[in-house]
Design a protein around this ligand. Structure first.
Ligand code: ADP
Ligand code: MG
Length: 224
């Protein structure tokens, strides 16, 4: 079984009149339930690869499959739907909305989902804030939470949509190493209990060691 398949993907960016080859002939197959680290130094192409898998950006050449679906063949509406139902995102800078409480931040993306009732939304919000250990911080705003707590809210937000895959771009880069390890530990627990596939990027060796599989990128090329 395969949940993500990246086939001979290239990504070029134009920078002035120069072409930057951010990814060069990258292929990757990910089995469901993996806890996969993409390791590589700054500028190697980690964010570019995660954005392509997350259907936030499109390859210059090559194909990306999520489950059986070739995402390059889908309409913008279908892609938005796939993203909302199948993918969850966790970012380096947390990306919480500052005027919303922790609970409202978790609930917010669910408002787009016509298939989820208000009652279900509130139940999921409560449940996933509890899963990340923040049941008592529902009404706190991001500036009333620590970095680690903010990232826990972001993880609850990513989980609430019930995604098969969570993509996390350097989720621990803005945290001290102990907090970073506990965030990775939480992700690993969720990976095991909910069978959610995690793909995360990092350049921290201690964090990499917690993965069950590591692939490396250097200058836009992938090696296992
Ligand atoms: P990483 O996440 O590993 O630090 P990125 O995927 O962000 O690496 O970047 C890979 C390469 O692509 C770098 O050389 C970066 O400068 C370049 N790059 C990324 N995004 C853009 C962009 N929007 N325009 C031009 N170049 C970009
Ligand atoms: Mg990056």
């Amino acid at each position: 079984m395969v949940i993500v398949r990246v086939e001979h993907v290239w990504k070029d960016y134009m920078l002035g009149n120069q072409t930057v080859h951010a990814l060069q002939d990258v292929s990757l197959v990910v089995a469901p339930g993996r806890f996969l680290a993409i390791a590589g130094p700054s500028g190697s192409g980690k964010t570019t690869l995660l954005n392509l898998i997350g259907c936030i950006d499109t390859p210059t050449k090559g194909d990306i499959f999520i489950g059986e679906e070739n995402v390059g063949r889908k309409s913008p509406d279908d892609l938005a739907d796939l993203r909302a139902r199948t993918l969850g995102f966790v970012f380096q800078t947390f990306n919480l909305l500052p005027v919303l409480t922790a609970a409202e931040n978790v609930e917010f993306p669910l408002l787009q989902r016509k298939d989820i009732s208000r009652r279900e939304r509130l139940a999921r919000t409560r449940h996933y804030l509890d899963v990340v250990g923040l049941a008592d911080k529902m009404t706190h705003r991001p500036n009333e939470l620590s970095g680690g707590q903010r990232q826990r809210v972001a993880i609850a937000r990513a989980l609430a949509g019930g995604p098969a895959i969570i993509l996390a771009d350097e989720p621990t880069a803005n945290l001290d190493s102990r907090t970073g390890e506990s965030i990775l530990g939480l992700m690993k627990e969720i990976n095991e209990s909910e069978r959610t596939t995690f793909i995360f990027s990092t350049h921290d060796f201690r964090i990499m060691e917690m993965a069950d599989r590591v692939v490396s990128v250097a200058d836009g090329r992938l090696s296992s």
